[in-house]
Design a protein around this ligand. Structure first.
Ligand code: COA
Length: 156
């Protein structure tokens, strides 16, 4: 079994959007993925892809402005979840941000998303605060947890 994480290319946009729509409650649209996967130098978001045996299994999208990076979205194909691919993607993205000069990485996660919270906590993210009733749910609204981690220390 061979696993790799690499920067996305324009050809990846369709498969990343297909994974996103199958696993995320508020998926990005095709245009947003096309922008994050484009070859443009001045783009605002960057997408990374995790592959296992050549099959595209997941993605992570982040932005970076000077020393601050933000994770916008992460998704692993439902059939491949729980096998460490999310961890692999996150570690690769954090390293890339750090190499590009970021000192802190920020993200937001739904309070109810126990798996994502576990992934982030296990990778050094700490709770900074909450945005009350930020996300819509089927029955109402739920809080967003604001998390961040320093990128200056060694990656875990
Ligand atoms: C969140 C997500 C990206 C994690 O990717 P993944 O490949 O499934 O995660 P990993 O296998 O690397 O596991 C990460 C942690 O979550 C735990 N985990 C994974 N699946 C789990 C499950 N079904 N139940 C409980 N814990 C689980 C793992 O045990 C691991 O924790 P540990 O390191 O303490 O053992 C993936 O589940 C996903 O795409 N979810 C839907 C989209 C989503 O919620 N995105 C996040 C929005 S903020």
């Amino acid at each position: 079994m061979s696993r790799t994480v690499r920067p996305a290319s324009p050809a990846d946009a369709g498969s990343l959007a297909a994974i996103d729509v199958s696993v995320n409650i508020n998926p990005w649209n095709a245009r947003q993925f096309a922008a994050a996967c484009s070859d443009a130098n001045a783009k605002e978001q960057f997408a990374m892809v995790v592959e296992e045996d050549g099959r595209t299994d997941g993605f992570l999208v982040f932005s970076q402005v000077l020393d601050e990076a933000s994770i916008y979205s992460i998704g692993v194909h439902s059939a491949q979840q729980g096998k460490g691919l999310g961890h692999l993607l996150l570690q690769a993205a954090l390293l890339k941000m750090k190499e590009a000069g970021a000192t802190r990485c920020f993200l937001e996660v739904r309070q109810s998303n126990a798996v994502a919270r576990r992934l982030y906590k296990g990778n050094g993210f700490e709770l900074d605060g909450t945005r009350k009733s930020y996300y819509p749910t089927e029955g109402g609204r739920e809080d967003a947890l604001l998390m961040s981690r320093c990128l200056l220390r060694n990656m875990q």
